[in-house]
Design a protein around this ligand. Structure first.
Ligand SMILES: Nc1ncnc2c1ncn2[C@@H]1O[C@H](COP(=O)(O)OP(=O)(O)O)[C@@H](O)[C@H]1O
Ligand SMILES: [Mg+2]
Length: 332
């Protein structure tokens, strides 16, 4: 049964640009443009796409913050913008770039406020809060003012706040942005657990394909305000023939590129080498082959950038995103 229904939805914004010194020109941006999809209750769906594709606009319409210009939206049978208050009890939302917590208050106080706003019954509040404290390791943070928390701590705090009232649907807009690997993993494990235990429907926007790989059996790719792919992550990689990158640190610089079947060196820098291999292949045999022949010290696997995967879907060689991916790998 579909808990989220989106049918031919469009949303336009009127923007005024300065032209010359005094003149302003009005123009229309179609942020979402003929969007249709359904999400079944209990599904965990990745919602990805390049910057400006319309992802946040979609989530704002699904929460009722924004009214669609055209089309029809239903969440748990309700129209989000018309029945916003009623729906608020059934949905939770986390915007990675903005906190819903009270900046100057200890985390605990924000939760107490949520308890009153949503009129969460005592036993349920305790149970949900305890679960969040336990799984997100919030115990030592409860009495710390939010402004003193690190980004990863704050994000965990935000996610807990969105779940205290047991929403059926959880929207997450870039919840792992800017987080370190440890925090990312903690957030991922928590979301997997919530989805499995409570059957919470999750719509997850992210720039990190590892989030999708770990959590979502289904991924929707949105570009220019419409769905351009809907299916498994593996299928998406297959469509574009996208590649993952194995970043290998050797004990000492090798004069030559590492030579193993199934991967090719795309970059070398001192003792570090970057090997590209098909995203649908397992990294394990490559790692074993390298470790058998080279003095391997450390390694990591990088998912392709979403921009690359999408560019490849449309058919194309090296893209802008690919170059910037290399830049970010170099800095890693
Ligand atoms: N309030 C707004 N006013 C004008 N333009 C907007 C507004 N919100 C979003 N847009 C534009 O709509 C497009 C989609 O934005 P957004 O949904 O934030 O994309 P994404 O989250 O996928 O990066 C972008 O071109 C953005 O500049
Ligand atoms: Mg966004």
């Amino acid at each position: 049964m579909a808990i989220i229904e989106v049918e031919d939805v469009a949303r336009t914004f009127t923007v005024r640009r300065k032209v010359g010194r005094l003149k302003r020109e009005r123009s229309e941006v179609r942020a979402v443009d003929g969007l249709s999809f359904e999400v079944a209750a209990g599904e965990m769906v990745g919602y990805i796409g390049p910057n400006g594709a319309g992802k946040s606009t979609t989530i704002k319409m699904l929460t009722g913050i924004l009214v669609p210009s055209e089309g029809r939206l239903r969440v748990a049978g309700a129209d989000p913008s018309r029945e916003r208050v009623r729906l608020a009890r059934r949905i939770g939302v986390v915007f990675g770039q903005r906190t819903t917590l009270w900046w100057d208050l200890p985390l605990r106080d924000s939760y107490e406020l949520a308890r009153r706003i949503y009129r969460i019954e005592d036993a349920r509040y305790r149970r949900n809060l305890d679960r969040c404290i336990d799984l997100l390791e919030l115990g030592p943070l409860l009495d710390v003012p939010v402004r003193q928390l690190s980004l990863g701590q704050r994000m965990r705090g935000d996610i807990a706040a969105a779940l205290l009232h047991d929403p059926e649907v959880l929207y997450l807009d870039e919840p792992t942005i800017g987080l370190d690997v440890v925090s990312k993993n903690r957030v991922r494990e928590f979301l997997a657990e919530i989805n499995a235990e409570s059957g919470t429907t999750v719509l997850l926007t992210t720039h990190d394909l590892t989030d999708i790989e770990r959590l979502c059996s289904r991924v929707m790719v949105i570009d220019h305000g419409r769905v351009v792919y809907d299916g498994g992550l593996e299928g998406l990689h297959n469509v574009g023939g996208s590649e993952r990158t194995l970043v290998v640190d050797l004990a000492a610089p090798e004069p030559d590129p590492i030579s193993i079947p199934g991967a090719r060196v795309v970059r070398m820098e001192g003792p570090r080498q970057w090997l590209a291999f098909p995203a649908t292949d397992s990294a394990a045999p490559l790692v074993a082959a390298i470790a058998a022949r080279y003095p391997l010290v450390d390694l990591s696997v990088k998912e392709p950038a979403i921009e690359d995967v999408i560019a490849r879907m449309y058919g194309g060689g090296t893209t802008e995103g690919e170059r910037s991916l290399e830049g970010s790998v170099a800095g890693a």
